[in-house]
Design a protein around this ligand. Structure first.
Ligand SMILES: C[S@@+](CC[C@H](N)C(=O)[O-])C[C@H]1O[C@@H](n2cnc3c(N)ncnc32)[C@H](O)[C@@H]1O
Length: 390
């Protein structure tokens, strides 16, 4: 019980990780570089965003005119509904407003809209946001917010990490343009992977191989193993590894081909000791494909199916490659499978060789023998060259 309370507290706090302004700016500029009118005439919804903290709202409000936005809607979640219990204090801006309500300020969400120059200073910016209390608590899954979702053209936010899967379902069923921050592990979720495979969703422009730093609450406690920066631009931050942007808005980086060497040159020149000096790539035991554990070691001239780590997606260009499946969730067609799952013999060898991972019979995990030792590869994506280059 004490342990699960601790986990809840930790998850709750991780939901209060706030995106930094410069990270948003960098990502958005990539869409504008590709299409200067990406946001023109659009209604944009930010459904997990109180402008008091959210740099998403601030950034888009400040750029409202430059981007030609039609309407900005930002909704916040009621303090009493949050898992994370902070010492919530309404701002002076709210308290001094005639509509201030002591009860509603903790129990209701708020809606902020931007459409016009309310202040009359000749420009539309963050000072022109108009607000009121929502009827409910601002839960993105409530009818009240779903109606806003359905009337918008684009949804942009960093949703609560603990509800990412629910948020994904919510966004996919809306069939809208979107830009979200999430964890790379979500790539093989059954809700997301089919869309990635069909080039209906892809990764954003910023490469987060180095992890992303978020602003955290002042009472945030670092884990004993945390060894990264704790402050950036005078604010308390925490680094989250494996974070990326998911979107269906086009940008230029995804149309750049990855420069690659032929198989022969990889054996001669690869910087990876696992590849250099070899004379073949390892074949999976249960898939008709080769295992390539590093994106930069993909041979340019291989015609068959190639298994790569999920981080490959960061370098994926739909003009260069076709995605045919993943070893996770069975989201791969039978034509590439040699056996439905790993064979009993392989699994027995795996445990005999010291393997400790859990394996459920029939699970499509990719397995291979390396120097006669049975190994299971972590989450592979299967790809094929559109046009192998010799
Ligand atoms: C990861 S934070 C990010 C906030 C902001 N979008 C940003 O990037 O700075 C997610 C926010 O969503 C709020 N939240 C949690 N559950 C929610 C729900 N069911 N509906 C709407 N917002 C929720 C959290 O309280 C938190 O403020």
């Amino acid at each position: 019980m004490a342990n699960s309370n601790l986990t809840n507290a930790k998850t709750a706090k991780n939901d209060e990780f706030y995106t930094q302004y410069h990270d948003i700016q960098k990502e958005i500029e990539a869409y504008l570089e590709f299409n200067a009118n990406a946001f023109r005439g659009k209604t944009i919804l930010m459904p997990c965003d109180d402008p008091e903290w959210s740099n998403f709202t601030k950034f888009f409000a400040q750029n409202f005119e430059r981007f030609g936005i039609k309407k900005l809607i930002s909704t916040s979640y009621a303090p009493d509904s949050k898992n994370y219990k902070s010492n919530y204090q309404p701002t002076l801006f709210e308290v001094n407003d005639p509509q201030f309500d002591e009860n509603k300020t903790v129990k209701n969400g708020k809606i902020f809209t931007l459409t016009r120059d309310k202040s009359g200073d000749g420009k539309i910016d963050v000072n022109d946001l108009e607000w009121k209390y929502l009827k409910g608590d601002g839960d993105f899954n409530s009818n009240e917010i779903k109606i806003l979702r359905d009337e918008s053209d684009i949804i942009i936010t960093n949703p609560p990490f603990s509800l990412f899967r629910d948020f994904l379902v919510w966004i996919v069923e809306a069939n809208k343009s979107f830009l979200l921050i999430g964890n790379m592990n979500a790539i093989t979720y059954k809700e997301l992977f089919p869309l990635i495979k069909e080039n209906k969703v892809w990764l954003g422009a910023t490469n987060f191989n180095k992890g992303m730093y978020f602003k955290v609450p002042s009472d945030f406690v670092y884990s004993s193993t945390y060894k990264f920066e704790r402050e950036q631009n005078g604010e308390k931050v925490s680094r989250v590894p494996g974070v990326c942007w998911f979107t269906n808005i086009d940008h230029g980086r995804r149309h750049q081909s990855l420069p690659l060497m032929t198989m022969e040159d990889n054996f001669k020149f690869s910087k990876h000791k696992e590849i250099k000096g070899k004379d073949s790539y390892i074949q999976y035991d249960n898939y008709d494909a080769i295992d390539v554990p590093f994106t930069d070691a993909i041979p340019s001239d291989y015609d068959g199916v190639i298994g790569v780590p999920i981080t490959f997606l960061d370098k994926y260009s739909p003009e260069q490659f076709e995605i045919v499946g993943t070893s996770d969730n069975g989201l791969v067609s039978d034509e590439y499978k040699k056996t439905p799952g790993l064979t009993k013999e392989f699994v027995a060898d795996y445990y005999k060789d010291g393997g400790t991972g859990a394996y459920k019979e029939g699970n499509p995990t990719a397995g291979f023998y390396e120097n006669n030792i049975a190994k299971m590869a972590y989450k592979r994506i299967f790809i094929k060259h559109k046009r192998p280059i010799k």
